[in-house]
Design a binder for this molecule. Structure first.
Ligand SMILES: [Zn+2]
Length: 229
């Protein structure tokens, strides 16, 4: 998932109509979009949140709290040309006076110092329920009847469901006991944290860098106003 921003009148041009069912006009449209300043800006969800957060904080006299909030949704919220130009000027100023660099550095410092979280698959123990004895065959057989895999209920659970953190699925995963010694050993007791019991803090997936903020400022300057999808 990401955020797509479209200029309303990029480089002072009308946005061309495009019949996306036709290959040639689609190709021409994307070529136009790529070569027209202010036509398009994209960010993934991990990059957009901190970027928009920084922009709204630095431009709190330009953007309303409604703009700030709606900019975190994909609902097509519109930012006017006047506001877009003011944002561009503000970013340019923050870049020149070094404040942008300072902010990005302190953001990175904060992010790097976030402590690891307990793994939610093994409850921070490093060994999943039912995977006891993964360290060696002899240890395994103290807890299980066989080294072989019995039916593994994991197969019906997608990674996406696990990432979404569905509580029911997490419980289901924790209850799975039938797994082969080989798999448990390969995973070092937990296929999520590999025996560490800890995982990188979720918030560290978010990132902020100077180049993206500057590129966003350039987009704003030429966009003629934009919408956020
Ligand atoms: Zn784990």
């Amino acid at each position: 998932m990401g955020y797509d921003l479209y200029g309303l009148r990029p480089s002072d041009m009308e946005v061309p109509d495009c019949d996306f069912s036709d290959d040639d006009t689609t190709k021409a449209y994307f070529a136009w979009q790529k070569n027209t300043m202010g036509a398009y800006f994209r960010s993934n969800m991990w990059g957009w949140r901190p970027l928009w957060g920084y922009v709204t904080e630095s431009c709190d006299d330009i953007l309303s709290s409604k703009d700030a909030l709606k900019g975190t949704h994909n609902g097509g919220h519109k930012i006017s040309k006047t506001k877009a130009i003011k944002i561009a000027r503000r970013i340019s100023k923050l870049n020149k006076n070094g404040e942008l660099r300072g902010f990005v550095q302190s953001y990175e410092e904060w992010s790097n110092n976030l402590s690891d979280e307990d793994c939610n698959i093994c409850d921070g123990t490093g060994t999943r329920k039912g995977w006891e004895g993964w360290q060696s065959e002899s240890e395994w057989l103290k807890h299980h009847d066989t080294l072989d895999e019995v039916e593994n209920a994991d197969e019906s659970i997608s990674v996406a469901q696990v990432i979404a953190g569905n509580a029911g699925i997490l419980n289901q995963l924790k209850q799975v006991q039938q797994v082969s010694y080989r798999w448990a050993n390969t995973c070092k007791g937990c296929n999520s944290c590999h025996g560490k019991g800890k995982k990188k803090n979720f918030k560290r997936s978010y990132f902020l860098n100077e180049a993206d903020v500057i590129e966003f400022g350039d987009f704003c300057r030429h966009s003629g106003g934009f919408t956020i999808h």
